[in-house]
Design a protein around this ligand. Sequence first.
Ligand SMILES: C[S@@+](CC[C@H](N)C(=O)[O-])C[C@H]1O[C@@H](n2cnc3c(N)ncnc32)[C@H](O)[C@@H]1O
Length: 369
Amino acid sequence: MGRAMNALFDKLRQEIIETGPLTVEQFLTSALSDPDHGYYITRDPFGARGDFTTAPEISQIFGELIGLWSAALWQSMGEPHLFNWVELGPGRGTLMADAVRATRKIIGFHEACHIHMIETSPVLRASQQKSLTGAGVEAPHWHTQLSQVPAGPMICIANEFFDALPVRHFKRNITGWVERMVGLNTARDGLAFLWSAQIVKQNLIPEVFSQADDGTLIETSPAGLQIMSDLAARIATYGGAGLVLDYGHTRSAHGETLQALRDHQYTNVLDAPGEQDLTAHVDFAALGRVAQTAGLRVHGPCTQGAFLNGLGLGLRTRALQDNAGSPQQARAVFDGANRLVDPAQMGDLFKVLAIAHETLEALPALPLK
Ligand SMILES: C[S@@+](CC[C@H](N)C(=O)[O-])C[C@H]1O[C@@H](n2cnc3c(N)ncnc32)[C@H](O)[C@@H]1O
């Protein structure tokens, strides 16, 4: 049960009084993207003074290696003279700025790329503009949806994007599946989870869970699957590939993973809507199935550690350490790079999956599924 005295709570309370409990997905959509109070709409949540940090903010090597991965992919696509280099949810724009810098010596690559940033947050869009000003490539284009990117071959990057999309929760009862809702706990003047009385339509439940036992709880991400489906359809038509890096599981499994972070601490999901980061682990198997259905090849998933080490993280770390101005700086370079690949830190929890046009048989540092 969450207590929350803020403007978005007041708005949600009114909505629940007027139209009844919200689905978890409706609650998350408001908490993350409400046009006035949504978490991503109102703030820059990154770094030591924010709620969480991400790989590109930890080490420049992350964006650099993804830049080189993109350039190698462009070469295996036959070096198209124009392609869309797309990033979904680019945060502060750090990954793309590092990727652009790392690829400046690859002949023809910058001339061929049109950068498209898919971002709903005006605050982060301004941050991205700042990061990419003077980066040495044609000015990027901003959109709120993938469908706004012009036709053409695409290399798409999504780091910690899919975990930020709303999820739904369902539970198997003797009579069928019911949905978890968000209603009011009037005694505490807060929000509370409850289960819908109605049985939901069977088409909301993924086929892999159709034989689940009574009491089974599952989490689905219709928004994530829809974006994956749009991405896969474009790649199938125009060529290219998409790279997804995120925390999550490689097999669809029971249970729920929705979590809230504030000031780098785990908190109650229903507390202070719009003021804390709400995420769920990514079901990589479900994303892969969508791409396969669209006729794409699925590469991976593998661990982030294996992917970055395979792309030469060790060599790049040593080069940066050799150029460091002080032993402390060299140590910071090592610590940042190590955090990305250490199995006890981000190396194993984070996974990497690529979806690619059927003509792309091998991708750098990723095994074919
Ligand atoms: C967890 S942050 C990751 C940022 C960045 N990729 C990084 O690694 O630092 C999620 C990003 O996705 C954006 N975002 C969230 N929901 C979105 C949506 N539905 N469409 C586009 N961008 C979205 C956020 O504003 C933010 O830029």
